[in-house]
Design a protein around this ligand. Sequence first.
Ligand SMILES: *[C@@H]1O[C@H](CO)[C@@H](O)[C@H](O)[C@H]1NC(C)=O
Length: 236
Amino acid sequence: MAPARVAAGVLLAAIGFVLSVVADNPTTTSPQPFVWQKAHATFYGGTRRLRHDGWRLRCYKIACDRKRADLLFCKPGVTVTVTATNFCPPNDALPNDNGGWCNPSRPHFDMAQPAWEKIGVYRGGIIPVMYQRVPCVKRGGVKFRINGHDYFNLVLVSNVAAAGSIKSMDVKSSNSDDWMPMARDWGANWHSLANLTNKMLSFRLTNTDGHILVFNNVVPKGWNFGQSFVSKLQFY
Ligand SMILES: *[C@@H]1O[C@H](CO)[C@@H](O)[C@H](O)[C@H]1NC(C)=O
């Protein structure tokens, strides 16, 4: 397994259910207090990359819960921080306490194996954990990748620190004073139906904690579809 792919896997986890408890209140403007809560955690092997249909990325610190765990399967005094989506495939054929780990009403982390093995022992398979939401830490600025075609600009927003995900996005071209709202397409992809080809572009992002950042002229005039642009700005 190539080191780069392992690193990507370590950071990804899927979480079923719990997000709605703290997240889905649109009037929330500041992060919820970070408290420890209970869940279970399993792992997946290989280098699966989550293609999340849920759009909400968040970061969690996770530790094996020694009060509830078989101590043979728990690594003491270690936490691991993961980026999680609210996507964890439910399995209706299995009960939620035996195989259907991601079925509704059960907080659960399905983690990349290297991350899971920092807190659990392989033979355990599933361990009780304590988890706490933490701000996402990212290196460098927010990134934008432009796909699509004239009249359909699909912009992937990545490397979002702090809250981890975006609630709304607007675009402005250099020959206009108007911000045009973009629509969320899937995951962290947003689209605009305007023809933005050959225009210098600015983006305005509002994150899920309600903070707004303006990325002035982050995309230069000569851009092409398929290109990525790294800004110097980041959420804190
Ligand atoms: C979109 O705008 C560019 C630049 O103004 C232009 O060259 C192109 O023909 C337009 N695309 C369509 C499909 O009208």
